[in-house]
Design a protein around this ligand. Structure first.
Ligand code: SF4
Length: 365
């Protein structure tokens, strides 16, 4: 079937032969309207690069505070310190939750929060130490590059100093959040009080240089245009060529409910499933050969669309996401068990496998 495509689109020809795609190729494919063929080429690339296994991890999501000095237009999670439902967990409370997560089978804890305007660096270091000393076998994946950058400004320490101290205290890896879209034309309209795209990239590069690997994300489906998606993917690709520090790329579908973008009617509905699948396929094709793990975040897609996304370039379902409060705030159901995720994969005709944070296979089903 794929041979029939030759000559139909230069960009697809290049993708089929495994060549690196340019910005113009990416734009051509964003505007290519045969989703079926685009998905098939992405699926072919996925099969060649990573085979038929679809992975997921047993992960516990913990948001240590919802108090945030920023007020991003795309966020339903943040609160100001004087609001009734504002909270900040103590390191001891966090450790108790982590102990519970371990009993539930978690192999990693994913810890992120708002930009707390008063919490000192000690708070974060102690949080790492108390978890690591009680649960040394768990991978602590904590703090987005945006949080690290904020903490550096707040405490007047360099990014490198913050990262080094947190690493010494137990930080093992970092999540990929806060990237949103790097392009300043869009970023300035969806985030308020958060680092720039360049600052995010510089912070995560410094983390990689210190041996802290991370994920990377892209928030799409709001007010962006195709060129902003391609720009973002190329910036991720360029940095990965330098550091090889990204573990997986996770496109995040914008969830509308309770956000300022919704309230101000700048976005009135979530993007279509066709667009979701195009973004997954483009992620696979633009990053092919450089960053080969493309994660499908089922929490945002729902399980059925996630299955289709796996046939359009995805090779990972992220994880169980026990207790994911950010998406819940924006109206998404959460929680799934490892067996449920394994069944999602089996139903889509692929081989399910539980992995650790760094994609080492722990168990096949
Ligand atoms: S996205 Fe993050 S930085 Fe922005 S308001 Fe929400 S919690 Fe704060």
């Amino acid at each position: 079937m794929l041979e029939q495509l030759v000559g139909e689109s230069q960009a697809l020809d290049r993708a089929l032969s495994g060549e690196e795609l340019s910005f113009n190729d990416g734009m051509e494919l964003m505007n290519y309207d045969n989703l079926h063929m685009l998905g098939a080429v992405a699926d072919n690339s996925r099969k060649k690069l990573v085979g038929d296994i679809v992975t997921f991890t047993s992960s516990y999501y913990l948001n240590y505070t919802n108090i945030c000095a920023a007020s991003c237009q795309m966020c339903a999670f943040y609160r100001k310190g004087n609001e009734d439902d504002a909270y900040t967990l103590t390191p001891e409370q966090i450790e108790k939750r982590v102990a519970l997560a371990k009993q539930m089978g978690a192999t990693e804890v994913h810890i992120v929060g708002g930009f707390h305007p008063k919490a000192p660096l000690d708070y974060y270091e102690y949080m790492m130490r108390i978890i690591k000393s009680n649960h040394p076998e768990l991978n602590i994946k904590a703090f987005t590059a945006a949080e690290i950058f904020y903490l550096s400004k707040l405490t007047k320490n360099s990014v490198k100093e913050i990262l080094s101290r947190l690493k010494d205290a137990g930080l093992d890896s970092m999540p990929g959040g806060g990237a949103e879209l790097f392009h300043p034309d869009i970023r300035s309209k969806i985030v308020r009080g958060k680092c720039s795209g360049e600052e995010w990239l510089d912070t995560i590069e410094q983390a990689h240089n210190l041996g802290i690997k991370s994920n990377c994300t892209m928030l799409y489906g709001h007010i962006e245009k195709p060129e902003h998606i391609i720009d973002h993917l190329i910036k991720i690709r360029d940095l990965q060529k330098k550091t090889n520090g990204f573990i997986t790329f996770i496109p995040l579908k914008f969830s509308l409910d309770n956000t300022e973008l919704e309230q101000e009617k700048q976005v009135t509905h979530e993007c279509s499933s066709v667009y979701d699948l195009k973004v997954i396929a483009l992620s696979r094709l633009m990053l092919a050969g450089v960053l080969n793990n493309i994660s499908v975040y089922w929490v945002a897609y729902g399980k059925k669309l996630a299955q289709v996304a796996l046939a359009n370039g995805g090779n990972d379902l992220v994880g169980t996401a026990f207790s994911e409060e950010i998406y819940r705030a924006a109206g998404k159901p959460t929680n799934s068990s490892i067996l449920e995720l394994a069944n999602i994969v089996k139903e889509s005709g692929r081989i399910p496998a539980q992995r650790d944070t760094f994609f080492k296979i722990l168990k096949k089903f």
